[in-house]
Write a protein that binds this ligand. Structure first.
Ligand code: HEM
Length: 502
């Protein structure tokens, strides 16, 4: 009976989503496969028997009367509220079902430690991420390769993200920002997120892909990037990749075209015999056997380049930072005063050594933005082996999740947790000394390698913008969070700006 109910609901939902019939059939087929994923674990809730016959408890399960979809609608509408309510009711570890998958959340620093200290063989990242990332990045990198190989790739990429490189990046980013914002004129109201997304594609590409690839960026290529990023969606994560959805087709075409652009640039640089001191050169020179076997290097270099271009995370963070500064004019003015304090009254061109490193107030504002609006709301792993946490055992097959957003605002860890208070970091232990209370860049073996570059990029962009303009909210509107995108971007992100007289 439950099976029929599930299929009925899937059918009617999918019927509404799609009007053309071959697609409906394909979607219905995949819904059937997914519904099996829901039904199979039904019989196995309750107690779990571990090897050696030990009986143990599953985490508290939040049941739902809606078959297959489970809590998808409530969670999709307001995930943070859903998780915070569940934390109050069930404690730091609990499970629930959405679209046929069972999720177990580990909230708070102590529970999150299970994920951050785990081995990839036990809590596995490829199992949950590769269907999203491989079509976007390409084969041979990240979650398409065994984790020891990816770890070596990360190590190698990190060597290219060093201070010597950052010193070169700062003037590049400053110039790109000045050029880009020329079109904004003296004053007005514009979509800040859209502008920063476009700018960050240019700056990240210039800094990490090199000047040749930057010079090829046009409106058409920007659209290709947008189509490729369109691959990071809930649909791409939930539905089989072979479905002929228009967004999947656009993503795959963009992937091929961008790969070709990278190929041509790499070939041209090789043939010219010229060498540059940049990330592209680092990748072209790589001889690590494990990370990029020589034969495959030609395939994986463009993919590695693409992996470096995680623009949405930085664009969303930069836009939120702008709105926090616009909302609190006194903090904005302190940041501007700091620009003059480190750059002189005449605001000398930015540089890494004497200025960017000393912009402590801006640094704290960025840190606080990443606390309240971390772009990656949930980190996820697939439990491959039983995992014990807080007296419960998470069985294999559960998707184990940690949410930076929730950890960053737990009242047990943070004072005035919802307030934007950059000066909280002047204290030694702003989060009661808890190790995983603040994790915008993750932790453990999957920790982000782009943190320092993201700080350099966002601080340089905002230094330039603070020097150019004064920002205000429009009629006091502070954007709500758009939960429909995988990265939680600001909704209706239009800001008012006026050129500074000096
Ligand atoms: C504000 C900007 C950024 C934020 C908040 C951010 C956040 C994160 C988080 C939370 C993770 C951990 C994912 C997990 O454990 O499942 C991660 C991993 C990673 N990030 Fe970032 N990231 C940012 C920018 C970047 C940039 C600019 C790059 C590239 C230059 C980058 C490259 C990576 C890589 C390669 C990983 C490793 C994933 C793994 O080992 O599984 N990130 N990032």
């Amino acid at each position: 009976r439950e099976m029929l109910g599930v299929l009925e609901i899937c059918g009617s939902l999918l019927g509404r989503v799609t009007a053309d019939s071959p697609l409906s059939i394909l979607l219905a087929a995949s819904a059937f496969v997914l519904s099996l994923g829901y039904l199979l674990p039904l019989g196995s809730r309750g107690l779990l028997t571990l090897p050696g016959g030990i009986l143990t408890k599953y985490p508290p399960y939040i049941s739902s009367t809606i078959p297959f979809l489970g809590h998808a609608v409530a969670f999709g509408k307001s995930p943070i509220e859903f998780l915070e309510n569940a934390y109050e009711k069930y404690g730091p570890v609990f499970s629930f079902t959405m679209v046929g998958k069972t999720f177990t959340y580990l909230l708070g620093s102590d529970a999150a430690a299970l994920m951050f200290n785990s081995k990839n063989e036990d809590l596995n990242a490829e199992d949950v991420y590769s269907r999203l990332t491989t079509p976007v990045f390409g084969k041979g990198v990240a979650y398409d390769v065994p984790n020891p190989v990816f770890l070596e790739q990360k190590k190698m990429l990190k060597t290219g993200l060093n201070i010597a490189q950052f010193k070169q990046h700062v003037p590049i980013i400053e110039k790109e920002t000045q050029e880009y914002f020329k079109s904004w004129g003296e004053s007005g109201e514009r979509n800040l997120f859209e502008a920063l997304s476009e700018l960050i594609i240019l700056t990240a590409s210039h800094c990490l892909h090199g000047k040749e690839i930057r010079s090829l960026l046009s409106e058409k290529v920007a659209q290709l990037y947008a189509d490729l990023d369109g691959g990071f969606t809930h649909a791409a994560w939930l539905l089989p990749g072979w479905l002929p959805l228009p967004s999947f087709r656009r993503r795959d075409r963009a992937h091929r075209e961008i790969k070709n652009i990278f190929y041509k640039v790499i070939q041209k640089r090789r043939q010219s015999g010229e060498r540059e001191d940049d990330m592209l050169q680092t990748l072209m020179d790589v001889t690590y056997k494990l990370a990029f076997p020589l034969r495959a290097a030609a395939v994986s270099t463009p993919a590695a380049l693409r992996m470096l271009n995680l623009d949405e995370t930085s664009a969303s963070t930069s836009a939120w930072l702008g709105f926090f500064l616009a909302r609190d004019k006194s903090i904005q003015e302190q940041c501007y005063a700091e620009q003059k304090a480190v750059g002189g009254e005449d605001l000398k061109p930015l540089n890494y050594e004497q200025q960017l490193k000393d912009l402590n107030m801006l640094d704290r504002c960025l840190k606080e933005t990443l606390r309240l609006r971390p772009p990656i709301m949930t980190m996820m792993r697939m439990a491959r082996t039983p995992q014990t946490v807080a007296g419960f055992t998470v069985p294999p097959g559960h998707q184990v999740c940690v949410s930076p957003t929730v950890n960053h605002r737990l009242k047990d860890s943070w004072i005035e947790s919802l307030e934007f208070k950059p000066d909280r970091y002047l204290q030694d232990n702003p989060a009661a000394g808890e190790k995983f209370a603040y994790v915008p860049f993750g932790a453990g073996r999957h920790r982000c390698i782009g943190e320092n570059f993201a700080y350099v990029q966002i601080k340089t962009i905002w230094s330039t913008l603070l020097r150019l303009y004064e920002f205000d909210l429009i009629n006091g509107y502070f954007p709500t969070v758009n939960y429909t995108t995988m990265i939680h971007t600001p909704d209706k992100p239009v800001i008012r700006y006026k050129k500074r007289s000096c």
